[in-house]
Each structure stands twice: as C-alpha cells, then as structure tokens.
Design a protein around this ligand. Sequence first.
Ligand SMILES: [Zn+2]
Length: 212
Amino acid sequence: MPDNVPMHPVKPLSSRSLDLAKTFVRMNTVSANSNLALIHFIRDELLALGVKSRLSYNSDKTKANLFATLGEGKPAGIILSGHTDTVPWDGQDWSEDPLSGVVKDGCLYGRGSADMKSFIALALAHAPAFLASPAPFAIHFAFSYDEEVGCFGVRELIADMRDAGVKPLACIIGEPTSMVPAIAHKGGVPLLLLRARQGGAFVADTQVRQRH
Ligand SMILES: [Zn+2]
C-alpha cells in the first residue's frame, strides 16, 4: 500500500461476510471458466430472503450475470456492482494456494479476495440489512462475468437492467482502490468509457466525461 494512503479505522468483518468471502474465493471463476456455481449460490441465498434474481447468460449458457433488487416497489437506488471472474495465476509464485481462502495474520489469501469477491461477499452479507432498511430507495446487486477479459458480461447486464426499466441513482463498484474512493475504475480508458456511456444514469457518468 502506498505511504500516502490514509489509514481508516476498520470494523471487524462479520463472520458471515468472511465466510462468504472464503466461499467465493474457493470457487475457481477464472475468466475462462464458468461462474455459474457462484452466481447460483448468490441467487439461492437471495431467494432464501425472498429476493428474486434476474440472470442474463452468455451465448452458450456457461456464464451469467446476476441482477437483483432489494426493496422491490421502492424507487431505483444504489447499485452495488462487482465482477465475479478473476484473472488466472499461471506461472505466479503464490505463498498460499490461490483457491485456499485461508486467513493468516488478519488477511484473506486467494485469487479474487480483493478483486473483488470480498466486496460481493459484503454486499450479500448485508442483504438482510438492506431489506430491513427504511431508506426511500432500493439497493441493487449487479454481479457480472468476463470483466477481466473485456467487460463482456456487463453489456448484457446493462441491457437487462434497461429491459427491466431500472434507472439507478448511482453505482458503487467494489474494485480495490486501497480504501480510497475513486470516481472511476483506475484501469484502461475503454473500460471507463464503456461503463460511463452505457450506464448513463450513473453518478460517475459526468465525472468520467470531465476527465476525458
Ligand atoms: Zn476488478
């Protein structure tokens, strides 16, 4: 972590959040693989809370995006968005098995633990709180496939949201930014433009355009 990153007091994770993060890390969702086990897990967890998910698949039905609204009937609100795929680790020298999901010295080890399965785990762990919230708008989960290889999945996801008539207030994308809020993804420009143009209602939209 860079020296100039301010340290924030961090609350201990709930055991539920950590358990979910471990579960997700242990699912091999390298972009070349199917992500259906993970997506179906989230779908089933939400269904147990009475929340139905919309799944949009790739052409050969091996991968899916998930979109769900927590607070059905409320105006569209904040999207919590994350990608479910990871980059591979071939040829990399890991001190732990990338699929171990082991916790050592207060850190969760495994591919995707930071980017970005822990965010998805936190979102899912807080689903009951979102459902019980008196907030005047809904919370939406939008979890995509194939982000790491060109943001392919999010295109179907956004199209699916349009079909559903969802016009969110804002989108929070759980990419790791060393605990410092960023107004856009710090990756490539094509990724920024894709998200900004297709997510026209996102708060980040005008901010991104000002930067480019
Ligand atoms: Zn990422």
